[in-house]
Design a protein around this ligand. Structure first.
Ligand SMILES: [Fe+2]
Length: 159
């Protein structure tokens, strides 16, 4: 299976595949950060944020699977090793033990901003490659984080 089986040019779609693998790496680090926040949240906002972080990591887990399977649909293997994720991710790991609740929200907002930045570049690259399928998928994931950025900023009392 390669891109030509679905009427896409392998050469044109190559930058999309490479960016999807980077995107996958970033999403994995983000996912594990959400789990750490879910586990280590303390204080008055425990019940709200413990549940919210679970909602977000459950969504991220499904997103990760869709990204990886899109890479396969385009004819290439997705990265599947943590060593590759850590090496390629612009998003950095953090230690959530003892972290304050609003600092956790800020850390997640920072990740979402970075992921949205990557998504906007991916939307341009998919446009160039006439890859409407990836474009549609990434657009959907971006809208989810745009909305959650509004909600998390409202929770934190930000403008
Ligand atoms: Fe849990």
């Amino acid at each position: 299976m390669d891109a030509k089986e679905i009427s896409l040019s392998e050469i044109e779609v190559k930058p999309v595949v490479d960016m999807l693998n980077d995107y996958l790496a970033n999403y994995h680090i983000h996912y594990q950060k959400l789990r750490g926040c879910h586990w280590n949240i303390k204080g008055q906002n425990f019940f709200t944020l413990h549940a919210k972080f679970e909602e977000l990591y459950t969504s991220a887990q499904q997103t990760i699977d869709e990204i990886a399977e899109r890479v396969l649909t385009l004819g290439k293997p997705p990265h599947s090793r943590f060593a590759d994720y850590i090496k390629e991710s612009a998003i950095q790991e953090i230690d959530t033990i003892g972290m304050n609740d609003l600092d956790m929200v800020d850390a997640i907002l920072d990740d979402m901003a970075k992921l949205i930045e990557i998504e906007r570049l991916l939307l341009e690259a998919t446009d160039q490659a006439s890859d409407d399928g990836t474009n549609d998928m990434v657009n959907r994931f971006m809208q989810f984080k745009e909305k959650n950025t509004w909600m998390l900023r409202s929770f934190a009392g930000k403008k």
